[in-house]
Structures are given as structure tokens and as C-alpha cells.
Design a binder for this molecule. Structure first.
Ligand code: BEZ
Length: 402
């Protein structure tokens, strides 16, 4: 499947020109199906978790994406929007059936999802084959913008490798050389660990222990016992959502917080600090977002999100919001004409805008090239401490477009 940028005028340009030349009366006599297609709702299929350990992540993404579109008249490219939501349950075995339903039965124009890397792997194959424009608003599976990259597949979040890579240098700069890794033992956790190793080991760090916990298990006592026995300089972890709440609380309750400092990719403290309470205070993480980023887009976004949903925005909400922006950039470029797919994709490919996270643009593999911030939880807020890595692109190993 290949989407080459058309050399000739797009269908929309030709029709627009005709309408202008012939006058409104003639334009009004266009074949009914075309007129209907341009005023019919754009179908946005959403495959996100609304139950289980990642439910809050799915809610935040959905809310913020819809907020973005509502702020722009509830339209995309001048057309109304119809949302078709499916609960992915963060369950990889259900990914194929759910994706087929949205693409083949509901015939969505855009597919937005998922949160879980395993679900993304099931979804990507079908999205590639069917060519439906797909935006991944969270799942970090490196393969999606690596060997499985495709012209019609975009990501507004991160690869699992990205947030972890900068932390290797951060810990070495603090003199922490012997680190234990602990993570949910599925694609996201393993790739997150690899990102950390890539930034840590070649620069002189040593991994003294690696502990995988089955997803979505939240029984951490055995892992905590192993960490205490290994007695590393620090621990680096990947947990998110409900699992992150439990791990951070259990870590403090086990008495490890003051003896072995805990670090992680920012999902560890994202959207969950209220539930974690005092146990989260002082934890440092790296991520492409921080609550206190001092830019006008972040301030406006956080205020609008809080007003509408009565809750603080987090990274998942930012990714959802930017999914709305990316769709809008594509749809505005073609005036809502989904048949001008090449031009729509070309416009999305060139997206370059100011996001609440800072500057946003896409790599050739359609993954964000973005800043990664070192943050620390202070009074329940993920405060930015410094830019740990400016404009980090994923290596996108194995991606050949076309
Ligand atoms: C993932 O499965 O890719 C993922 C889930 C939650 C947070 C970050 C990554």
C-alpha cells in the first residue's frame, strides 16, 4: 500500500474550481452522493480501555480529543463528527475482532487507539491492510513506527523506548550506577526497560536485577522482596494506571522509599498522584509532558480541561488533545473530502504545531519528535525540573515506508 503525494490537483480542488466557474446553482446540481458525502458525519472509531487497570487513561484520551473537536465547532474539515466507541479492555486477544468491527462493519474514516501495546500489535496489521487512517494516542509498541510503520498510521504519543532512554544519563549523573529494573512483563514494560538499558549500560551503568511482573497483576510483594535483597543504588520501573498506584504505595509501605530511590518512566506518577498520596512525593520520572510546563498552550489546555471535566489534565489527555489537532490538520487541508486521502495523509505527515507538551512534529516514521522532561512529584503535581533530552526521535529501526 502506498500513498504518493498527487502531482495533479486533488479531486476537491477540481470540484471547487468547477463550482466557482459555474456558479452556485450549477454547483448545487452535483450528483447527490457527492453532496451527501461532504455533509455526512466523519466517522471516528475509538478503541480504548474503559474498564480495567487502564480505564482512566482511555477516559482522559477520549475526553480531551472530543474537547479539541468541540472547541472547533464539533466539526472536522467542516463536517459533523460521529464517534463510535469500543472498550478495548486492554485485552490483546480481543484486538482483531474489535478492529474489524470498527473498520469493516462500522466503516470508520479514522481509527483512534489503543492504550495497550499488545492491542496495538493486533490492530496495526488490519489498519495497514485496510489503509484506514489510524492515530495511536498512547500505545508505545516500538514496532508500530518501526517495522510495522505505514503511511496511514500515525502516533501522537511516544515509543516505549523514548521516555526511558533519557533516564540512563540522569541516573549516572547522580552517581547511581547499579540499578534494578522492575516492570509489567509485556511489550511496553520490556521495551521501556530496553530504552533505559540503551541510555545507561553503554555509559557505564550496570543492571543488577531484572524483575518482570505479569500484566495486569498488582501483587508486588515478591518483586519488592527481590529488590530489597539486590540492594541496588536505585530502581527503575514501568507501571501505569491502577498498577502504578498500587506499586508506589506498596514500595513505600515496604519501607524501601527512603533506602532505595525509585525512578520510572513518567507513567508511574501520571494521572495517579492523588490516589498515591504521600507515597508519590519526591519521585522523579522522565516523560514528554509535565503538569507545570510553562507555555500558553499548556495553560489554556489545562484550564479548559479542568473546567469541562472537573479534573486535572495529564499526559494521556494531552495525547488525546493532539490527536484532535492532527485529525483537524488533515481534514482542513482537504476541506473534509476523505477521498483526497493522499493529500490528507501528506498534511498530517507535515504537522508541526505547538502542543501543551511543547513543540510537536512527526518523524518520517510518523512518531513524535519531542522533548523529554525530568519531573518530580511535589504536592501531588508532576513539576518540571529540566529538559532531560531535547527533540528526541525514536530510532525507528526497521521502518521503510511504502
Ligand atoms: C503501552 O502498553 O504501550 C502503555 C500503556 C500504558 C502507559 C504507557 C504505555
Amino acid at each position: 500500500m502506498r500513498y504518493e503525494k498527487k502531482r495533479s490537483a486533488s479531486r476537491r480542488t477540481v470540484i471547487k474550481g468547477l463550482g466557482a466557474g459555474l456558479g452556485l446553482a450549477a454547483a448545487a446540481s452535483f450528483p447527490a452522493p457527492f453532496v451527501r458525502a461532504q455533509s455526512a458525519p466523519v466517522k471516528v472509531g475509538i478503541l480504548l480501555p474503559y474498564s480495567g487497570t487502564y480505564a482512566k487513561l482511555g477516559d482522559a484520551i477520549t475526553n480531551a480529543m472530543m474537547l479539541n473537536i468541540a472547541e472547533n465547532g464539533d466539526t472536522l474539515g467542516g463536517r459533523p463528527v460521529e464517534y463510535i466507541k469500543l472498550d478495548s479492555e486492554a485485552a490483546p486477544p480481543k484486538a482483531t475482532e474489535n478492529t474489524n468491527k470498527l473498520i469493516l462493519s462500522d466503516k470508520v474514516d479514522f481509527l483512534v487507539g489503543p492504550v495497550h501495546s499488545g492491542v496495538a500489535m493486533g490492530m496495526a496489521k488490519i489498519a495497514r491492510e485496510e489503509g484506514v487512517i489510524t492515530i495511536v494516542p498512547n500505545a508505545g509498541a516500538d514496532q508500530i513506527t518501526g517495522p510495522l510503520c505505514a503511511p496511514n498510521v500515525f502516533r501522537t504519543s511516544f515509543t516505549n523506548w523514548q521516555p526511558s532512554f533519557p533516564m540512563g544519563k540522569v541516573l549516572l549523573d547522580k552517581g547511581l550506577k547499579n540499578v534494578a529494573l522492575c516492570y509489567w512483563n509485556y511489550g511496553a514494560g520490556k521495551q521501556s526497560a530496553q530504552g533505559f538499558i540503551d541510555g545507561f549500560v553503554p555509559n557505564g551503568g550496570t543492571i543488577v536485577k531484572e524483575i518482570g511482573v505479569p500484566f495486569p497483576e498488582v501483587e508486588f510483594q515478591a518483586a519488592l522482596t527481590e529488590i530489597a535483597a539486590a540492594n541496588p543504588d536505585a530502581v527503575y520501573v514501568f507501571f501505569a494506571g491502577g498498577g502504578a498506584v498500587k506499586f508506589v504505595k506498596d514500595y513505600a509501605a515496604a519501607g524501601l522509599k527512603d533506602s532505595i530511590p525509585l525512578y520510572g518512566s513518567g507513567f508511574l506518577t501520571e494521572g495517579v498522584t492523588q490516589a498515591q498520596g504521600a507515597a508519590a512525593e519526591g519521585i522523579q520520572t522522565t516523560l514528554h509532558y509535565a503538569d507545570t510546563l510553562d507555555n500558553p498552550e499548556n495553560k489554556a489546555f489545562r484550564a479548559a480541561y479542568k473546567e469541562k471535566f472537573g479534573a486535572e489534565a495529564d499526559v494521556y489527555a494531552v495525547q488525546g488533545y493532539d490527536t484532535g489537532t492532527l485529525m483537524r490538520i488533515g481534514m482542513d487541508a482537504v476541506g473534509g473530502d476523505m477521498e483526497a486521502k493522499n493529500d490528507l495523509i501528506a498534511a498530517m505527515d507535515q504537522a508541526d504545531f505547538a502542543s501543551p507538551r511543547g513543540p510537536f512534529k512527526l518523524s518520517a516514521a510518523h512518531n513524535p519528535v519531542q522533548n523529554f522532561y525530568l519531573r518530580e512529584v511535589k504536592n501531588g503535581v508532576n513539576e518540571v525540573i529540566s529538559v532531560a533530552y531535547e527533540g528526541l526521535a525514536d530510532p525507528a529501526k526497521g521502518c521503510t515506508m511504502g
